[in-house]
Write a protein that binds this ligand. Structure first.
Ligand SMILES: [Zn+2]
Ligand SMILES: [Zn+2]
Length: 379
């Protein structure tokens, strides 16, 4: 499913102002409005198309994402071919397979272009990203060994112009039409001609570079721009970057599945990051200024005096960027208090004397901590 360019749909320039876009939209929306074109399917489709283009190009954030990543930059999982820009919807890897084999995009009949030429296959690859890479927009260079159009014959598969002739099986149309009769009536079945691979031409003398296939394998390096904030299992579809089709058939897609490398310090929960910080007993009691890691380095965190174990301290905006929105998540610092197990005689004596102090006895335990929990569970 090749979607038309949004700018092209609205008939405006890539540098069009918001005003230009609005004007173009109004004009086209009026022209294709269902009230004016009752029952005309084509107008209805156009009306929808214009609306979708406008919803993206009129929104600065969506427009800039569209400019950078295109239609299918980041692809929705569920809508086969239907790209939901509003959500930058992602699918997970499993559903890709469903889509491949379950008749979603790609589907059961391999996609064919209107000429009947067979489309090349999709290529699927995985890339591993660090959280640092995910935090910003990254461009990854990916090496692929894939089919590309043969330069010797420009994809035709024939040695030269005169070394091909009209296919007699399909009379040069590239299609075979068969009339089928069933109890439901008669219908015409159109399928690509196998004799000529849907090209309408038979090769008399094959191109020596590709042995008549019209494509050759080559090592290619592809740059893939990855928006900030992606996560494990999401994928991007690069339309037309997959394998070239035989004898000039269009190329399949490149599907890039995102994997996330485990981080030394952080756990991730969507756009929020968690960091576990251990404090010594005196640090927790007295409070301290302590350095904690963040994605872009380190920051000083103020730990107030009397910080309890299990307390969460928030570093606002120090998480990851929100994939399809504005701003960043937070870094949540979870405090645990480190209890020493081995003590020197001197330290042990100090603790012994601390243990005498009335003010160090837990006050909250008066009613009985477990009693309270029991109350909660059985009320
Ligand atoms: Zn060739
Ligand atoms: Zn043919």
């Amino acid at each position: 499913m090749n979607k038309r360019d949004y700018y092209e749909i609205l008939g405006v320039d890539k540098n069009a102002t918001k005003d230009d876009i609005k004007k173009a939209y109004k004009k086209l929306a009026l022209k294709f409005h269902p009230d004016r074109n009752k029952g005309d399917k084509d107008s209805e489709e156009k009306f929808k198309e214009v609306g979708e283009a406008y919803s993206v190009l009129s929104d600065d954030n969506k427009r800039s994402k569209y400019d950078r990543f295109g239609h299918e930059g980041v692809r929705g999982g569920s809508g086969a071919g239907g790209f939901d820009f509003s959500g930058f919807n992602f699918g997970d890897a499993e559903s890709i397979f469903e889509q491949f084999f379950g008749g979603g995009f790609g589907g059961s009949s391999r996609r064919r272009s209107s000429s009947g030429l067979k489309k090349g296959t999709d290529i699927q690859i995985s890339i591993k990203l660090t959280l640092e890479e995910i935090a910003g927009e990254t461009t990854k260079k990916i090496k692929l060994n894939k089919y590309v159009k043969c330069s010797g014959c420009n994809g035709s598969g024939a040695k030269n112009i005169s070394s091909k002739t009209k296919c007699s099986t399909c009379s040069g149309t590239g299609e075979i039409r068969t009339v089928q009769r069933s109890i439901l009536g008669q219908f015409v079945n159109v399928s690509p001609c196998h004799h000529c691979d849907g090209t309408g031409e038979v090769i008399l003398e094959k191109c020596p570079m590709c042995s008549g296939e019209g494509r050759v394998r080559e090592d290619k390096t592809v740059s893939v721009a990855i928006p900030a904030g992606v996560s494990e299992g999401q994928y991007l579809t690069l339309s037309g970057v997959g394998n070239a089709g035989k004898r000039g058939g269009p190329s399949g897609d490149l599907i890039v599945i995102i994997h996330e490398k485990e981080h030394k310090y952080f756990h991730r929960d969507r756009e929020n990051l968690y960091y576990d910080l251990q404090l010594s007993v005196p640090q927790a009691v007295l409070g301290t200024d302590i350095e904690v890691p963040v994605i872009e380095g380190k920051v000083k965190l103020k730990v107030p005096s009397g910080t309890q174990s299990g307390k969460k301290l928030l570093l606002k905006g120090k998480g990851l960027p929100v994939l399809n929105g504005y701003g960043n998540g937070d870094l949540i610092v979870r405090i645990t208090i480190w209890i020493p197990c081995k003590l020197s005689k001197k330290t042990k004596d100090m603790f012994e004397s601390l243990n005498e102090l009335e003010e160090l006895k837990p006050k909250s335990a008066e009613k009985g901590f477990f009693e309270k929990i029991k109350d909660k569970f059985f009320e």
